[in-house]
Design a protein around this ligand. Structure first.
Ligand code: ADP
Ligand code: ZN
Length: 611
């Protein structure tokens, strides 16, 4: 127990949170915050932002105020803090008057260390009382909500600048996972934080595997992907509400525990899905981007994007929801031209300036999807980092493209584009080249063209692939506003005349790619005895249900994994497990130690030879 003397950050890290060392930047941010300085903390999802204000809150006198945009987010964070024995609570609209009064009493008695609040709640009647609360630090979580340029703009956040005059001299700490320069400038200006107080950690998340597949036969690919992640929690992001429901239904038919989540659903239904997912009662959520901001679940093992997202910030935040516990996690993005067209259509209503910005962001997203070089380098360079080497942990690194002289192939396609007068789509050009008698070829009379059947040596999929490479390289244009038809560009003529050679990346079917790629390891969830791990999971589950919190609030997967590997036999050994602090040792030590002992006895009686 901490009495009288202010505890040191390292002791709090070990005794309260059960961790042995700080993650990059945490220690410096904490030290400077305790010295009374402001901070803007830019870290990727899973980078460990919360501890940056939670540790100082416990090392200093008085109350730390945490501004948080979502009720669900508060509830989870406070739940996790309470499980670690921290005096934390929240004030929000889900409480009745008696509950709120109880929290008020603790604030006024000075026994609460952390108080979570939404800005709406803060500015509806509480701001006048703040100065009497002995506040030592104000943390503003999801600080990008302050910026009009952010994707989660919240008008109430713009009032937070007033905290400067309401609480003069109290340090502010703003935190976000969005590193966009415009948003960052906005946060600094509105909160009057100095440029010198910016802490930006690397946005690299090396445990995330990155992969992209063409948006063909998506369902088959998903089934294949899920076979490598049996029973593991994951999210599939879809563009439309209908899309989420259809996909969830298909996955249920295949025997998966999947449900849809989107903003059109009733609030109760949405919370039910979210709760079930948090409690591991549901493995797969098929969701629109409405899902995720409040999801603080550390054991999401994979994220799939069924459709192309509109920008890399959103994409990175969404895949960042996987593997927050630092264990390996898998991501997969499907990419098709019709998704690009759809995203462009969404931009139609925006004013011209905004539209140009959005289109430029979409272009970067496309470049990532079409990459022929390490995808992580592209992602990180978007966030202003310049890694020196390829990552070795993305599909491009694992399976580097081989190029060949594709000039003749290009000429054939260009000739089909030319002879159809810019009225045919990539699909129709491919059918023409293959000599197909499909109605969409015969009706416009394209079976009479000179190029009809000129490309039978290649399969339909191969033509589609080369068409998209030629589009990406600028040899062919696509009219997004005219039904995705293909046209010639300034680069086309030199190719048709044989003045310019065109390198193409050799087509490989999905099966070939899969065979060539190093077999993706099914994510191993334990280094220790798998039966022990399962037994520990069952104990965690039982406790979570009894206490009424998500399983990971009791212990993260990483903690259980470490516990299974160390198989502690004493309280002292149990204390060494990653993520075990004093409170959890006290509450759960006995139960888990007993489970470990029982499991080991069982193991021995089943394997008498080991005795
Ligand atoms: P963010 O808010 O930046 O997305 P969190 O604060 O939720 O990230 O932290 C991500 C995960 O990392 C959490 O499970 C957290 O408990 C864990 N974590 C944070 N700091 C440390 C540390 N110093 N050592 C080990 N694990 C940590
Ligand atoms: Zn790579």
């Amino acid at each position: 127990m901490m009495v009288n003397m202010a505890p040191l950050p390292r002791d709090v890290l070990r005794d309260v949170f059960g961790y042995q060392s700080f993650l990059p930047l945490q220690e410096e941010i904490i030290r400077r915050s305790l010295a009374g300085e402001d901070a803007l903390v830019l870290m990727p999802t899973g980078g460990g932002k919360s501890l940056c204000f939670q540790v100082p809150a416990l090392c200093r006198e008085g109350l730390t105020l945490v501004i948080s945009p979502l009720v669900a987010l508060m509830k989870d964070q406070v739940g996790a803090l309470k499980a670690n024995g921290v005096a934390a609570d929240f004030l929000n609209s889900t409480q009745n008057a008696i509950e709120a009064e109880r929290v008020m009493t603790r604030i006024e008695a000075g026994t609460l260390k952390l108080l979570y609040l939404s800005p709406e709640r803060l500015f509806s009647g509480l701001s006048g009382r703040l100065s009497s609360w002995n506040i030592g630090l104000v943390a503003i979580d999801e600080a990008h909500c302050i910026s009009f340029w952010g994707h989660d703009f919240r008008p109430e956040y713009t009032k937070l600048g007033q905290l400067r005059s309401i609480l003069p001299g109290v340090p502010l700490m703003a935190l976000t996972a969005t590193a966009d320069p415009a948003i960052r400038r906005d946060i600094l200006a509105q909160l009057a934080i100095d440029e010198a107080a910016v802490y930006q950690s690397s946005f690299d998340r090396p445990n995330l595997h990155l992969a992209v597949l063409p948006g063909l036969k998506r369902m088959e690919r998903i089934v294949d992907f899920l076979a490598r992640h049996p029973g593991q929690a994951g999210i599939v992001y879809c563009l439309s509400r209908a899309g989420t429901e259809e996909l969830a239904e298909k996955l249920r038919v295949k025997g998966h525990r999947a449900r849809a989540y989107h903003a059109g659903m009733a609030t109760e239904d949405r919370s039910a899905v979210q709760e079930a997912f948090l409690r591991d009662d549901l493995d797969i959520v098929c969701a629109t981007v409405a899902f995720g901001m409040g999801i603080d679940k550390s054991n999401v093992r994979w994220v799939i994007h069924y459709n192309l997202p509109k920008n890399l910030e959103g994409f990175y935040q969404e895949i960042g929801r996987a593997g927050r516990d630092g264990l390996p996690a898998d991501t997969l993005l499907f990419y098709s031209y019709s998704d690009v067209a759809q995203q462009l259509k969404f931009m139609d209503d925006a004013n011209p300036d905004r539209r140009a910005l959005l289109a430029a962001k979409l272009e970067r997203m496309k470049q990532y999807a079409e990459a022929l070089q390490c995808r992580r380098r592209i992602l990180l360079s978007y966030f202003g980092e310049t890694p020196e080497t390829d990552c070795g942990h993305c599909d491009v690194c694992e399976n580097p493209p081989q190029t060949f002289d594709g000039t003749v192939t290009a000429q054939k396609l260009l000739s089909a584009v030319y002879r159809t007068g810019g009225r045919a789509t990539a699909r129709q050009c491919a059918l023409i080249l293959r000599g197909s008698n499909a109605q969409e070829v015969v009706e416009p009379g394209w079976h009479d063209l000179k190029t009809f059947g000129a490309g039978k040596e290649l399969k339909f999929e191969e033509w589609m692939e080369y068409a998209s490479q030629l589009i990406n390289a600028g040899y062919v244009g696509v009219s997004y506003d005219r039904g995705m038809t293909l046209g010639l560009t300034v680069l086309s003529n030199p190719v048709l005349k044989g003045e310019r050679r065109v390198p193409l990346v050799k087509f490989r079917s999905f099966e070939e790619k899969k065979a060539a790629a190093p077999q993706p390891k099914a994510v191993s969830t334990t280094d220790g005895d798998p039966d022990l791990y399962e037994a520990l999971k069952a104990v965690r589950r039982r406790i979570a249900d009894e206490v009424g919190v998500p399983a990971y609030v009791v212990f993260s997967d990483k903690t259980l994994k470490d516990m299974a590997a160390k198989a502690p036999r004493s309280r002292e050994q149990f204390r060494q497990v990653h993520g075990v602090g004093e409170a959890k040792l006290e509450h759960y030590g006995t139960v888990f130690l007993r489970a470990i002992e029982e499991q080991q006895n069982r193991g021995r009686s089943e394997n008498p030879s080991l005795n």
